[in-house]
Write a protein that binds this ligand. Structure first.
Ligand code: CP
Length: 306
């Protein structure tokens, strides 16, 4: 009998078997060989923080699979949260209106709290500085698709590693595969958290912290760029860190032709490349990565509801 998740609120829940099943289904959806497999299902998307990719790709995924969508794109202001309703009460009500709930919230741990009491699947679409497990799933799907393997990789993670939930979730997934090495490159005030470093040590994943991006680029299979999250820090901290690490046409020359630049997006000033390079240089993979999000989320919905 295949392993099945009821909810997905953190990357640690994903076993290699589940990941492999989801990837097979995502590839099938990419090849457009599918029926409206979730016809009759309703997905609710409850977003207390802004989103372009995650909310719209989940909604598109459900619609493409024949289901329907209920959406609150600014739940912080336009749901009863503004009147003081707890997340527990909101979930106990919304679960009656739908078959699954995708939630993005500004407080770490909210999706897990929701999952503890929800009768329908809860999917974490980002919880504050916590995790973003579906982003990590589409990230490793993209790495596998572009590089052809998920082990023996040298992954360089760059930018705001203190506030970035995508890099945290990605570390948990990379630690499931053997021989991977992670290099963290960040401003001193935005280093990767000790909890993730502890997890990597426990799982015997080699990692190091460096300050010079150009020095580590030549050996990287993946350079995973992230933006400085100005909404999660005082203005002075942001000013200290912004513009410190940028991919330009100059340092892109340091990257091997088989390697790839990924980014969860949105990107701000940490990528400074002309559109012609983004369109024509195969090493620039972040728009393909965002597209893969659709197929991976279709596969995840199918896993939870199919
Ligand atoms: N990568 C990501 O989570 O993008 P959005 O904030 O646009 O959903």
């Amino acid at each position: 009998m295949k392993e099945r998740l009821k909810h997905l609120y953190k990357s640690q829940q994903l076993t290699k078997e589940i990941i492999s099943d989801i990837f097979k289904d995502a590839k099938r959806f990419y090849d457009e060989n599918y029926e409206p497999e979730l016809k009759g299902n309703i997905l609710a998307t409850l977003f207390y923080e802004p989103s372009t990719r995650t909310r719209l790709s989940f909604e598109s995924a459900m619609l493409r699979l024949g289901g329907s969508v209920l959406s609150t794109e600014n739940a912080k202001e336009f749901s009863s949260a503004i009147k003081g309703e707890t997340i527990e009460d909101t979930i106990r009500v919304v679960e009656n209106y739908c078959d699954a709930i995708v939630i993005r919230h500004y407080q770490e741990g909210t999706a897990e709290r929701a999952a503890e009491l929800s009768s329908v699947p809860i999917i974490n679409a980002g919880d504050g500085r916590g995790q973003h497990p579906t982003q990590a799933l589409l990230d490793i799907y993209t790495i596998n698709d572009e590089i052809g393997r998920l082990n023996k990789l040298n992954v360089v993670m760059v930018g705001d590693l203190a506030n970035g939930r995508t890099v945290r979730s990605l570390c948990y997934l990379l630690s499931k595969y053997s021989g991977n090495k992670i290099t963290f490159v960040s401003p001193e005030n935005l280093r990767m958290g000790d909890d993730i470093k502890e997890h990597l040590k426990e799982n015997e994943v080699e990692f190091e912290e460096k300050s010079d991006l150009n020095k580590v680029m030549p050996d990287a299979d993946i350079v995973y760029m992230t933006r400085i999250q100005k909404e999660r820090m005082p203005f002075e901290e942001y000013e200290k860190s912004r513009g410190r690490y940028i991919i330009t046409e100059d340092n892109l020359k340091l990257l091997d032709k088989k390697s790839r630049i990924l980014h969860p997006l949105p990107k701000v000033d940490e990528i400074d490349l002309p559109i012609s390079v983004e369109n024509n240089d195969k090493r620039i993979a972040y728009f393909r990565q965002a597209e893969n999000g659709l197929y991976v989320r279709m596969a995840l919905l199918n896993h939870l509801l199919g």
